[in-house]
Write a protein that binds this ligand. Structure first.
Ligand SMILES: Cc1cc2nc3c(=O)[nH]c(=O)nc-3n(C[C@H](O)[C@H](O)[C@H](O)COP(=O)(O)OP(=O)(O)OC[C@H]3O[C@@H](n4cnc5c(N)ncnc54)[C@H](O)[C@@H]3O)c2cc1C
Length: 300
């Protein structure tokens, strides 16, 4: 007879881990299946920004709810998520000033700690930032970044403590259906039964959907990121999404992590090598960060 669970979650990225944790907290015994290892997919490659500045209200509201967890992780979840408060700046080109003001108004209505700031104020927050190509930014003093792998591990550790089970190196290969309802799964490590199956397979989610004739329109958008050394003289800068230069960056100790929003690869198969970086990317990233942050050139 197959082992039976209350629910089976497919994929141990941050989504699968969070859902497993939350179901476990509600008394369900969950099996979480992962084809490789925890956070091996987009989660482990994520830059981990923890900020509330989004264009869409529901995104900001969700991020605001999550923020309180990141800030008080040990008390609310247990373990570590690696949250670092750095402050967060959202820079926009001048033709987006009205949109920025509207976003900040919407976010303040939700209760988010955010302000529209002028370039003079940006200079006080981040003296190393060059400010001649934009007029306004949004500033969230409490925001920063977290460690996505730690976050995911912490959810799973706490779910296991409630009786849930993690199976790594375990690829889902099929879903069994009876009378129009899911009843279990087939995997590279055997068959398991459950009346609830949650698809958290990230960029593979469409393939899981196909197993039960559900079409999920999904494509991939790969972002390269690079770490560069930050000269000591530059000092610690805030986390920043810089729409004026199509870039995001954040500190990581003495390094700065840079991601670019342009020239990204679209539509690659999800099993492509996530560690591969386009050769010109690093030079473009260096040029871009030097355009924004004074003194960075001395780091190369
Ligand atoms: C702290 C933090 C901050 C973030 N900030 C931002 C942000 O500012 N902006 C933003 O856009 N995003 C942000 N993200 C989100 C991030 O970029 C990713 O989108 C997210 O982590 C994806 O999680 P996932 O669980 O959906 O997918 P994945 O991490 O890809 O996990 C899916 C898992 O499913 C497994 N899987 C696939 N097929 C199978 C199968 N057949 N059988 C078993 N397992 C399978 C894969 O191996 C993989 O591990 C943040 C994430 C974190 C944790």
């Amino acid at each position: 007879m197959n082992e039976t669970y209350d629910a089976i979650v497919i994929g141990a990225g941050v989504m699968g881990a969070s859902i497993t944790y939350n179901l476990s907290q509600r008394g369900l015994k969950v099996l979480i299946l992962e084809r490789q290892s925890i956070a091996v997919g987009a989660t482990g490659q994520s830059s981990g920004l923890v900020r509330m500045h989004y264009d869409i209200e529901v995104d900001s509201a969700l991020a605001w709810q999550s923020f309180h967890f990141f800030k008080n992780w040990r008390e609310r979840i247990g373990g570590e998520c690696g949250f670092k408060r750095t402050g967060f700046l959202q820079i926009v080109p001048p033709d987006k000033n009205d949109q920025l003001r509207g976003n900040v108004e919407m976010q303040k209505r939700i209760g988010i700690l955010t302000e529209v700031v002028t370039t003079a104020e940006v200079k006080k927050i981040a003296p190393m930032f060059k400010t001649d190509d934009f007029e306004l930014a949004a500033y969230e003093p409490e925001s920063g970044y977290a460690d996505p792998t730690l976050t995911t591990n912490s959810f799973i550790t706490n779910a296991k403590a409630c009786g849930s089970v993690l199976m790594q190196d375990c690829e889902l290969t099929g879903i069994r259906v009876s009378g129009g309802k899911v009843v279990g799964v087939e995997s590279s490590r055997g068959s398991f039964d459950a009346p609830i199956i949650v698809n958290c397979a990230g960029t593979f989610a469409d393939r899981i959907g196909k197993m039960v004739d559900v079409e999920i329109p999904l494509t991939t958008w790969s972002h390269d990121v690079a770490f560069v050394r930050r000269p000591t003289k530059v000092g610690m800068h805030p986390t920043c999404i810089d729409d004026a230069l199509s870039m995001y960056f954040r500190p990581e100790g003495e390094l700065t992590l840079i991601g670019l929003e342009d020239y990204n690869r679209m539509g690659e198969a999800p099993e492509s090598d996530l560690g591969r970086v386009d050769p010109e990317f690093v030079m473009r990233a260096i040029d871009r960060i030097c355009e924004r942050v004074d003194g960075m050139r001395n780091g190369f």
